[in-house]
Design a protein around this ligand. Structure first.
Ligand code: DX5
Ligand code: ZN
Length: 214
């Protein structure tokens, strides 16, 4: 699968509905929503009010990436705010399983994610318990960072573990994705690529989305 999930962290928040309409017209499959709490990551972004404002406008599923401590306190509210998928960081919790179950109970897809300093092997026990794993290819917290090339081997490793088990689990990659590395990531076995700057900070975001799939 070759899905693109533009991250609205790089959108124009003064004209957010225009950017959502652009994504509706575009070939993007998902809309990636980066939620930051200023504690788990050294940055703040947005939360429920923005999600709720986007929900009636967006025609593409909302892929929510929680970069927060205590995600267990908020997952239901993100489901209720219109998330199609809710992901949180493995390193932010003691036991992800009860949190995953609560997201599933809401009928929402689950995602577990890890920062670049967490061994991908730590995701393996959960591959059959989530709909998607998200490998960060930069340290979570900011858009516009440089892609960490070692991510490619991590994608290959997780892809082989998924294939071994014949699982339907998707692999998403997030951070510094651009036209130079997107095809390499898809070849390595990624299903969904998140892209912020390389979509929104270009003259023609709709074309940039098409180009990321080439
Ligand atoms: C980083 C976020 C990313 C970010 C991607 O913490 O999780 O989703 O918005 O932005 P780019 O594509 O610019 O690296
Ligand atoms: Zn993200």
């Amino acid at each position: 699968m070759k899905y693109i999930a533009p991250s609205i962290l790089s959108a124009d928040f003064g004209h957010l509905s225009d950017d959502i309409e652009m994504l509706n017209r575009s070939e993007a499959e998902l809309i990636h929503c980066d939620v930051m709490d200023g504690v788990f990551v050294p940055n703040l972004s947005f939360g429920f009010p923005v999600m709720e404002a986007i929900r009636p406008i967006a025609k593409k599923p909302l892929d929510v990436h929680l970069m927060i401590t205590h995600p267990e306190k908020y997952v239901e509210r993100f489901c209720d705010a219109g998330a199609w998928s809710v992901g949180f960081h493995l390193e932010a919790v003691d036991d992800p399983l009860p949190i995953l179950d609560r997201i599933k109970a809401k009928g929402v897809r689950t995602c577990l994610t890890i920062n670049p300093d967490i061994a991908p092997a730590r995701l393996v026990p959960y591959l059959d318990k989530v709909d998607m794993v998200l490998l960060m290819s930069v340290f979570a917290g900011f858009g516009g960072q440089k892609f960490i090339p070692e991510t490619l081997d991590k994608v290959r490793f997780i892809r082989s573990e998924i294939t071994k088990r014949a699982l339907p689990t998707w692999i998403e990659v997030d951070g510094g994705v651009n036209q130079d590395n997107a095809h390499l990531l898809f070849e390595a076995g990624a299903d969904v690529l998140v892209a912020g700057s390389s979509v929104f900070h270009t003259p023609c975001p709709e074309q940039a989305i098409i180009d990321l799939k080439k």
